[in-house]
Write a protein that binds this ligand. Structure first.
Ligand code: BES
Ligand code: ZN
Ligand code: ZN
Length: 505
């Protein structure tokens, strides 16, 4: 979909549909909505008076004009509810944009026009609104069409209609930024939605290579012999059961040639998690094709960062393998030696994400990356603790955590900080190895994070458990069914704010 910013009167725009809005409890439409109401001879006011339109968040009322009255250029007028003005924020704009785009796509609209939402009484800056509309629209219209024809035709064009032309350049910059981050998120969604028989570790590596070629990034793919040489026994241990060769992928973007420093984004790349010998129940096992959502987020965040030409250096590190049972598979009770020399007693082969990340973390520190952020669909326990709206964030550094939480909040990705109490470390003690790979029954997301911490020295590090948030069972706002692409926007936002900070110093 093409997104353009133009000046004009929304009522006059020639399009299949125009979009205006209302806050909940509005009795008299204002601004552009009032102008459209007037052109419609008070149709919107009468819908409000009848109680048909309430302005509730996400509510969409459609008025079909059939080309009459002549003061209106569009055949369809959509009135979207912004909800209560006191609850309003940027993420609500993304949400309504997703909702109205899907509703208008169902009505076979190909060209739509919208006003900026929330910039009047909502108090949102025009450029923030334009970026949010762009993101919400592109994310909300996403569907994975590779193996099945889409149900509806695409909306080809969305016009954002404003009154004053002097804002056009800044709003075009905003829609560009919004498109870049939304497209990166949708690329992550594509990768995650792919079935595991397509998205193997090798294919993940090929995808990295393609990305590297398009965006001029450095990339490196290590195979099992390289891993052997580097002593990555934990990653190799997980890979033992699979017929697919494991890959360790690195992608580097250098946007700040003057500096040696680089951020490290790590992503869990289990392309299918059957649990291994500690096999999972078959119900819902298909969802474990998405156990590489962290990997997809780390890789595609680099795409956006490169496209935005941020002045910063970032390296993504992706340990990729399947976790399958077989005659050669890792067994409960086996002991692995990780790259940092620590020995790990594997009690449960289904706690494999932490094993591959252990080696990836060691490698990231060997490269001198700092700070480190890892994203992983790591534990079912995190879904139990926080549900499907919040990712859990764990860290050895509060300053970094605060930065990530703020970045996440700005982009509307909800995260909740979890504790890492020393006392729980005891649970990871093994009789015969340095650590074991699982703790007790309770607090599993925390013991998983504490396990990862065993492989981080003094480097500031944040671990984000996205097991609950990486996919969605229902569509709502800018989230659609299937992969959400969680994490991409936070990583890009964090890189963007770090790049700006460097400029200031
Ligand atoms: N990939 C799973 C975690 C997961 C669960 C992701 C649900 C998405 C949705 C992970 O590898 C796993 O199996 N973790 C185990 C750990 C346990 C054996 C300590 C879990 O959470 O049950
Ligand atoms: Zn597992
Ligand atoms: Zn897993």
């Amino acid at each position: 979909m093409e997104i353009k910013v133009i000046t004009g009167d929304i009522a006059q725009i020639e399009a299949d549909a125009i979009v205006v809005n209302l806050f909940e409890g509005t009795t008299q439409p204002g601004g552009a909505t009032a102008a459209v109401d007037k052109a419609l001879d008070g149709a919107i006011s009468s819908l409000i008076n009848r109680g048909e339109t309430k302005g509730k968040f996400g509510e969409i009322n459609i008025i079909h004009t059939f080309g009459k009255p002549r003061q209106i250029g569009a055949k369809v007028v959509a009135i979207v509810g912004l909800g209560k003005s006191q609850d309003f924020d940027t993420d609500k704009i993304r949400g309504v944009a997703g909702e109205f785009c899907r509703a208008l796509r169902k009505l076979n609209c190909h060209k739509i026009a919208t006003i900026l939402h929330g910039t009047g009484t909502g108090g949102i800056q025009p450029e923030i609104s334009a970026q949010a509309i762009t993101e919400g629209a592109l994310l909300g219209l996403y569907s994975f069409n590779k193996y099945k024809k889409p149900e509806y035709e695409d909306i080809e064009e969305m016009l954002i209609v404003i009154r004053e032309s002097d804002k056009i350049p800044i709003l075009e910059q905003a829609t560009h930024k919004g498109s870049v981050v939304a497209e990166a998120t949708n690329l992550a969604r594509d990768m995650i939605n792919e079935p595991a028989n397509y998205m193997t570790p090798s294919r993940l590596a090929e995808t990295a290579e393609e990305i590297a070629n398009i965006y001029n990034l450095e990339f490196h793919i290590f195979d099992s012999a390289d891993m052997e040489a580097m002593g990555m026994g934990a990653l190799l241990g997980v890979a033992k059961g699979s017929g697919q060769p494991p890959k360790l992928i690195t992608l580097s973007y250098k946007g700040d040639k003057r500096s040696e420093k680089a951020l490290g984004f790590l992503g869990k790349g289990i392309t299918f998690d059957s649990g291994g010998i500690s096999i999972k129940p078959s119900e819902g096992m298909d969802e474990m094709k998405g156990d590489m959502a962290g990997a997809a987020a780390a890789m595609t965040a680099l795409v956006a960062i490169a496209r935005l030409k941020l002045q910063i250096n970032v390296t993504a590190i992706i340990p990729a393998t399947e976790n399958l049972p077989s005659g050669t598979a890792l067994k409960p009770g086996d002991i692995l030696k990780a790259m940092n020399g620590k020995t790990i007693e594997v009690i449960n082969t289904d706690a494999e994400g932490r094993l591959i990340l252990a080696d990836a973390l060691s490698y990231a520190q060997k490269l001198g990356l700092s700070p480190l952020l890892d994203l992983a669909t790591l534990t079912g326990a995190c879904c139990v603790a926080l549900g499907t709206l919040y990712s859990g964030i764990f860290s050895n550094n509060q300053n970094l955590t605060d930065k990530v939480l703020k970045a996440a909040e700005r982009v509307g990705e909800r995260m909740w900080q979890m504790p890492m109490p020393e006392e729980y470390k005891e649970q990871l003690k093994s009789e015969i190895a340095d650590v074991k790979n699982i703790g007790h029954k309770y607090g599993g997301a925390i013991t998983a994070a504490l396990f990862l911490a065993e492989f981080v020295d003094n480097t500031p590090w944040v671990h984000i458990d996205i097991a609950g948030t990486a996919d969605s069972e229902k569509e709502s706002g800018y989230i659609v069914k299937g992969a959400t692409g969680i994490g991409v926007r936070t990583l890009v936002e964090l890189a963007s704010s770090e790049a700006k900070n460097q400029e200031a110093t």
